[in-house]
Design a binder for this molecule. Structure first.
Ligand SMILES: N[C@@H](CCC(=O)N[C@@H](CS)C(=O)NCC(=O)O)C(=O)O
Length: 205
């Protein structure tokens, strides 16, 4: 079986993929990068991800970058873990919507709030529209639960859930019961607990 290697730094967005890997149950290696020392900008790593960012995942000869793309890839590549909604299933459209909603709406809405622009662009120019609408859309799905796709936990929960956990951690999200309850459900997952504990050990080392 092709080897999985995660290019990782803790804490960082590559923890999203570490959680996803733990959910798949597949063995993986870590290639650690020290972001503070600029290792992500060295030629060896730029050959893996020319963006100079983590995460990146190597699977045999395949390299995937972008956290949400990696989660989508892993879910499809290891269907036994039931973390995807396969092609042909009518629920796949909504599943893909959530996977793209993370990096294209949730994350930029939160980062724009953390680092406001001098001049606010028109709502129509922003792909995510506005912060409150993004949060209302996610809150409605989280409230229905238990997961975004209902009873099935999927890669979309890893992507959106990671964004919400990060927003809550840094006080960038309204403390809405829908988010708090949803994140609490996610934090009960053994794979997330394992990934978090392993990353804490790394950060402490
Ligand atoms: N769009 C990328 C963003 C990745 C990203 O910004 N990673 C940060 C860590 S959280 C990074 O590598 N920063 C180092 C740098 O930019 O020099 C993704 O979702 O994977």
């Amino acid at each position: 079986m092709a080897k999985l290697t995660l290019y990782h730094a803790s804490p960082s967005r590559s923890s999203i993929v570490r959680w996803m890997l733990e959910e798949t149950g597949e063995p993986y290696d870590l290639h650690l990068l020290k972001l503070a020392e600029g290792e992500q900008m060295k030629p060896d790593y730029l050959a893996v991800n020319p963006m100079g960012k983590v995460p990146a995942l190597k699977h045999g000869d395949t390299v995937v970058t972008e956290a949400a793309a990696i989660c989508t890839y892993l879910a499809d590549e290891f269907p036994h873990a039931r973390l995807n909604v396969p092609v042909g299933d009518p629920r796949r459209g909504v599943y893909l919507k959530w996977l793209f909603f993370g990096p294209s709406c949730v994350e930029p809405a939160i980062t724009d709030r953390a680092f406001p622009r001098a001049e606010q662009p028109r709502r129509g120019m922003l792909g995510y529209g506005d912060f409150d609408t993004v949060m209302d859309v996610v809150a409605k799905a989280a409230e229905k639960g238990p997961y975004l796709m209902g009873e099935q936990f999927t890669a979309a929960d890893v992507v959106i859930g990671s964004g919400l956990r990060w927003g809550i951690m840094f006080n960038l999200l309204p403390k809405r019961a829908e988010f708090v309850d949803y994140v609490e459900r996610l934090e009960k997952r053994p794979a997330l607990q394992r990934a978090t504990a392993l990353d804490q050990q790394l950060a402490a080392a």
